[in-house]
Design a binder for this molecule. Structure first.
Ligand code: SAM
Length: 289
């Protein structure tokens, strides 16, 4: 393991507000004031924050596309004794934000890496979600490409704990719909504009929440979806059995069952609809059958 020399700088990883500018710790303000340099995603964005805090520390950009290159430059500065604070546009760096390349390199070079904790949209949402379990799975942003996004939700379908993801206003409705097809029409919570003036919380099934996002959306979102039911019997693979399973075990509508089966088996809905219509009318399945 590399040893730390006394004259290297320290890398402070500093959380900044996710909306409400009052939410910054006195320690974060002191560190941002005392360091020689603040590395940030967008200097214009961070300039507004430091101007508000009356901090005059110089800024340098550190953004995703140049992460590798900038990390090397910043590492050299740290090795030469420069004290650096790393911030992102909002919340905690390295949580769906750049930072981890520099953190890894600094640690590898024996530079002290110090967290200055504070807000994160993930933890803020959990703090007011009233989750029954203490465990959760945070998946970051779903991929932007349609197929990858569908696969992403399918990969998380069996999780027995809540699935938490971030989403932007222009993709929130599509993501909620894709989640519904992959996970079933589970209960979920939507948090918008946390800590800001227009903060909002919505709760309902994924299809209800998706409908509530029809049209133009504003703000930023955290979504928490209930985990898979541990007691749910295994889904059958045969179409007829699957239709009856959705009807009798899941108690969903014919339309929703058809949508789900089409997604489960990756076949067009038209191939299922007629068969589902026939089976739907046969009445409840006899458990002794
Ligand atoms: N590093 C940040 C953190 O610690 O939460 C997250 C950065 S990520 C690029 C930005 C995403 O976080 C947004 O698209 C949104 O999903 C979520 N987010 C950030 N601020 C939020 C807020 N005030 N309300 C709801 N979601 C927010």
């Amino acid at each position: 393991m590399p040893t730390t020399t006394p004259d290297t700088g320290t890398l402070y990883v500093v959380a900044t507000p996710i909306g409400n500018l009052e939410e910054i710790t006195p320690r974060a303000v002191r560190i941002l004031t005392e360091v020689d340099l603040i590395a940030c995603e967008d200097t214009r964005h961070t300039r507004k924050l430091i101007n508000h805090l009356q901090i005059t520390t110089p800024l340098t950009s550190y953004y995703r596309e140049k992460e590798q290159y900038k990390a090397e430059l910043l590492l050299q500065q740290l090795q030469n004794g420069v004290q650096i604070a790393l911030v992102s546009d909002a919340g905690t760096p390295c949580i769906s934000d750049p930072g981890s390349v520099l953190v890894r390199q600094a640690r590898g070079a024996g530079i002290p890496v110090v967290p200055v904790s504070g807000p994160s949209a993930l933890i803020t949402a959990i703090s007011v979600a009233g989750l029954e379990q203490s465990g959760f799975f945070f998946a970051g942003f779903p991929p932007s490409k349609k197929k990858a996004r569908k696969d992403f939700f399918k990969q998380h379908a069996a999780l027995p704990c809540p699935l938490i993801f971030y989403e932007s206003p222009h993709r929130i409705q599509t993501s909620l719909l894709d989640a519904m097809f992959a996970l079933g029409d589970r209960q979920a919570q939507l948090f918008r504009e946390l800590t800001k003036v227009h903060e909002e919380h919505r709760q309902g099934t994924l299809s209800e929440l998706s409908q509530s996002c029809a049209g133009k959306n504003r703000g930023e979102f955290v979504v928490i979806v209930d985990g898979a039911e541990l007691t749910a019997p295994d889904k059958p693979e045969d179409i007829d059995e699957l239709i009856l399973w959705y009807r009798d075990q899941q108690n969903v509508s014919l339309k929703k069952a058809v949508q789900q089966i089409a997604a489960d088996l990756d076949i067009p809905r038209t191939k299922i609809y007629q068969r589902a219509l026939t089976l739907w009318k046969t009445g409840p399945t006899d458990p002794e059958r």
